[in-house]
Ligand binder design. Structure first.
Ligand SMILES: NC(=O)c1ccc[n+]([C@@H]2O[C@H](COP(=O)([O-])OP(=O)(O)OC[C@H]3O[C@@H](n4cnc5c(N)ncnc54)[C@H](OP(=O)(O)O)[C@@H]3O)[C@@H](O)[C@H]2O)c1
Length: 316
């Protein structure tokens, strides 16, 4: 991956022609820009979205401002429904084309009152972690068919303050929207590192890499905090994510994911984020992994719980 000389707000994405990429949550924000740049670099991109009308609108925008880009298609994926995750994966498995890049990007943040997914999981843990865990496991046969597949998991700086409570992953005993979000994003990071170890042990040609976008201005600050509310302002920490001086735009927020997905010297188990102050803004750089994210016992506990809750087992 090279920084574009003289254009310090950007990076060059290597040619992705002939590769198939799946990006979850590609309707807006970081996922949209990740998908757009992958298509611009020549990849075929599947926008995996829960609202196909919004997905088609995103696909049309990518096609219209990127003539010559790789093919872009839309497929329905609601990560808050294991049936939907299975349906989405079944579509790709039926097609049978190897998946070169899977970007587990979609997310919901700071939901004020505890809500659950279709399967009864706490909404953020269920959507952000369990949905992506199941998706990755179900797509594993196609990822293993690729020459050098990459699975990118989008975490967050909130993982630094979070703890994995293996006895209460679904926040049934106590609920706080930010804590539940932090736990789900820590789970994304722990999952990425554990998948890397598993792939290494099994000799799979698959790199699992984590990324985080620092503080990026997207719909995230308003969509989750307003769930269940008819109107009103989202909470203060979410509003702080809209202050331009300490945040960056979504095109830039997508760069760590793009480095993880396409960078030439990227190793499995790596973690990328903005390289500026406090890792909140700036061009991508190696990010520090919080020490509590490397707790092997917790990682194994999370993995076992995720297999049990989703019914999806990775072939070990
Ligand atoms: N923005 C930041 O500063 C920041 C910081 C740290 C981490 N992140 C992470 O970055 C990722 C992308 O977020 P963003 O900031 O780009 O926010 P965003 O603009 O709100 O995008 C979130 C995407 O996730 C999708 N989504 C939500 N629930 C879904 C579900 N049940 N099934 C499928 N898709 C679903 C949304 O779809 P709809 O269009 O249908 O709502 C949207 O496409 C998230 O994982 C987030 O945790 C963001």
């Amino acid at each position: 991956m090279t920084w574009i000389a003289g254009r310090e707000r950007d990076i060059a994405v290597p040619d992705q022609s002939g590769r198939l990429a799946v990006v979850t949550g590609a309707t807006s924000g970081i996922g949209y820009h990740t998908a757009r740049r992958l298509a611009l670099a020549g990849a075929e991109v599947v926008l995996a979205v829960r609202d196909t009308a919004r997905g088609e609108s995103a696909a049309a925008r990518i096609r219209s401002n990127a003539p010559g880009a790789g093919p872009v298609s839309v497929a329905r994926l609601d990560l808050a429904s294991l049936a939907s995750v299975r349906g989405f994966a079944a579509g790709l498995l039926e097609r049978g084309t190897a998946v070169d890049i899977l970007v587990n990007n979609a997310g919901v943040m700071a939901v004020p009152v505890r809500r659950t997914t279709e399967d009864g999981f706490e909404l953020q843990f269920g959507t952000n972690h369990l949905g992506h865990f199941a998706l990755t496991g179900l797509l594993l046969p196609l990822l293993r068919e690729a020459r050098a597949a990459r699975v990118v998991s989008v975490s967050s700086v909130s993982a630094w303050l979070a703890r994995l409570d293996l006895d209460d992953l679904n926040s049934e005993r106590r609920y706080n929207g930010w804590q539940a979000y932090g736990q789900s994003k820590l789970a994304n990071l722990v999952f990425a590192l554990e998948l890397h170890r598993l792939a290494f042990r099994q000799g799979w040609p698959l790199r699992s890499i984590a990324a985080h976008p620092g503080a990026t201005r997207t719909n995230l600050a308003t969509s989750g905090p307003l769930i269940g509310r008819r109107s009103g302002l989202p909470n203060f920490p979410a509003l702080a994510m809209s202050v331009p001086v300490v945040t960056q735009d979504a095109a830039r927020g997508a760069l760590p994911s793009l480095v993880a997905a396409t960078g030439v010297r990227v190793a499995g188990g790596a973690y990328y984020g903005p390289g500026g102050p406090f890792g909140l803004t700036g061009l991508p750089a190696a990010a520090r992994v919080p020490s509590h994210a490397t707790d092997r016992a917790k990682a194994e506990g999370l993995w076992e719980a995720s297999e049990r809750l989703t019914g999806v087992a990775f072939t070990r």
